[in-house]
Design a protein around this ligand. Structure first.
Ligand code: ATP
Ligand code: MG
Ligand code: MG
Length: 550
């Protein structure tokens, strides 16, 4: 491939091929099943599965399940569903770090035998004190010189459950004076009596991430282990773990910048808090940046993959504008969404010169962007709803919609001219009286006269009432929490408003997750969770106005 068009990870891979280091790539996506995946994970999924596809290799789905207190089967299931929905498959390569517990234990024993690990029973306070700080070297624990025999015995008894939780650690013996804090005799194993969702009560000691992760990569024959930048200074420990445990395969860790998005929080810990404190209805609330939330909101896998592609991979952290994600979404929905007419804030129009009791079916295009989109028939009659905002009694010059004496086009139907209005006691307009030009059927007239405005509409007697949920950003600040340090202070109180809208009759049978463009109003989808047969609930996916400046 053309060198200059490659990202830095692809360049590393192609160099490895050129040097004969590898002949295929094996990557992995390694989520911890402690929450639902978010759009940041989607970037990592697209990257890892994308590289495997591009270079004819494979990508593993590995659950990094070494923290049983926070993990669950529900999360595992949701992660598999989300990766599949994004369009990727791992085939038979579904792995669990917990399946390696026995192997990891053996490798830890090997470290002890080589004098490279020891059991430490300093108190947590002492540990912290001995660790030192960035500017102050650490102090060696008195337990560091324990004999190999004693370490082997203690580690075995840790496994057998002879010691209380938290009373001991197995630590790597590296360098307490290292400038890299991760190398100051990091913990490899801790004692924790907790039932694991896969291994049950078989273990009361659990390996730490920095030990589990490199060894799992090596066991699976991963060639390129791609992670986010905050693991850059864990890399020496990654390499130490693989080397000192004498793994046959030595994967290369490569770090890239994590995705941050404006108006969004992207840590599972915070997302969990939003769920448990009831700020949202669940992990898949359509306002959540989770993959399942985006899906319910009406995002498509194509739009998310396109977004991941455009943002690319970098070595420096930055924040991507939410408007770019929405831009990718509009581009995709524009091609696939069926155009329909729904009036969100209805006011009644009576066409005085249209025969009473008459109704007709008018032809409407389903999608001007899709040559195979076809046509449908929309019923028209003497009374129609239009948007309240499409009429003004006393309009300024630049208002091109309906007003007394002014003529507009009803989309797919006729030209109408306003003749009078009726109001209630509060002064609100209840009915707009119009006349229509029978010659203008379908949207033009023999005299070719122009009308500036076109409104969508729904026939009153045929209209179906729909529940529509209008969403806005969950946070009002582009950087939630930056003002006060508490992201809850930036929660948007108006992130959801539910309205009743009047829709053309075809929408009553809309299928869950189908995509629509409500003409002039935005893209909408049918909520798969809360819709019932004959009573669809629509979520607004995104408005039509694209604020992304290219
Ligand atoms: P969080 O902080 O949201 O809990 P995490 O990194 O702890 O995220 P993991 O389940 O460990 O979550 O993530 C699995 C993979 O997804 C990791 O390889 C991680 O690097 C990647 N990942 C997580 N968040 C992002 C992000 N914002 N951008 C890119 N990749 C990410
Ligand atoms: Mg992690
Ligand atoms: Mg995390």
């Amino acid at each position: 491939a053309e060198k200059s068009s490659l990202n830095f990870i692809e360049r590393i891979i192609e160099d490895d091929f050129a040097r004969g280091k590898h002949s295929q790539v094996v990557t992995r996506f390694p989520p911890e099943p402690n929450g639902y995946l978010h759009i940041g994970h989607a970037k990592s999924i697209c990257l890892n599965f994308g590289l495997a596809k591009k270079y004819g290799g494979r990508c593993h789905l590995r659950f990094d399940d070494t923290n049983p207190e926070k993990e669950s089967l529900e999360y595992i299931e949701s992660i598999k569903r989300d990766v599949q929905w994004l369009g990727f498959s791992w085939g038979a390569h579904e792995y669990y770090a917990s399946d390696y517990f026995e192997e990891l234990y053996k490798r830890a024993v090997r470290l002890i035998k080589a004098g490279k690990a020891y059991v430490d029973d300093l108190s947590p306070e002492q540990m912290r004190e001995y660790r030192g700080t960035l500017t102050k070297p650490g102090k060696e624990s008195p337990n560091r010189t324990r004999s190999i025999e004693e370490n082997l015995d203690l580690f075995e008894r840790m496994r057998k459950g002879e010691f209380p939780d938290g009373s001991m650690l197995l630590r790597a013996k590296i360098d307490m004076a290292s400038g890299n804090m991760n190398m100051r005799d990091p913990a490899l194993y801790r004692i924790r009596r907790i039932n694991h969702h896969r291994t049950g009560d078989a273990w009361c000691i659990y390996p730490m991430y920095d030990f589990t992760h490199p060894l799992s990569d090596a066991i699976e024959g991963i060639t390129h282990s791609i992670c986010t930048l905050e693991f850059e200074d864990h890399r020496p420990l990654y390499d130490w773990s693989v080397e000192e445990t004498e793994m046959e395969c030595h994967p290369r860790q490569i770090e890239f910048a994590r995705l941050n998005l404006t108006y969004t929080v992207m840590s599972k810990r915070i997302l969990l808090q939003l769920v448990t404190e009831g700020h949202v209805s669940g992990w898949d609330d359509p306002r959540m940046p989770t993959i399942s939330g985006l899906r319910r909101r009406g995002y498509t896998p194509e739009a998310i993959r396109q977004f991941a592609d455009i943002i690319g991979v970098a070595k420096v952290n930055s924040t991507v504008d939410m408007a770019l994600l929405e831009h990718c979404l509009r581009e995709d929905l524009n091609l696939r969404a069926l155009r329909v007419m729904v009036v969100l804030d209805p006011v009644k129009v009576v066409i005085d010169n249209y025969p009473e009791g008459k109704e007709e079916l008018l032809e409407a295009e389903n999608n001007p962007e899709d040559p195979d989109g076809g046509m449908r028939m929309v019923p028209f009659s003497r009374e129609v709803y239009i948007e309240r905002e499409d009429f003004m009694e006393d309009p300024p010059k630049k208002f091109f919609r309906l007003a007394p004496g002014r003529e507009i086009r009803l989309k797919h139907a006729y030209y109408i001219t306003c003749v009078s209005v009726e109001k209630n006691e509060a002064g609100e307009i209840t009915t707009i009286h119009c006349s229509y030009d029978p010659e203008s059927r379908g949207g033009g007239t023999p005299d070719g006269r122009r009308v500036k405005g076109t409104s969508h509409w729904v026939s009153v007697s045929h209209a179906k009432e729909l529940e529509v949920r209008l969403y806005d950003n969950l946070f009002t600040s582009p950087e939630p929490g930056s003002r006060t340090g508490n992201f809850l202070d930036d929660l948007n109180p108006d992130s959801l408003s539910t309205i009743k809208a009047m829709a053309e009759p075809s929408l009553i049978d809309a299928e869950p997750e189908a995509h629509y463009q409500f003409l002039r109003k935005g893209y909408f989808t049918v909520d798969p969770k809360e819709s019932k047969k004959g009573a669809p609930v629509f979520n607004r996916t995104v408005t039509l106005r694209d604020s992304w400046a290219k």
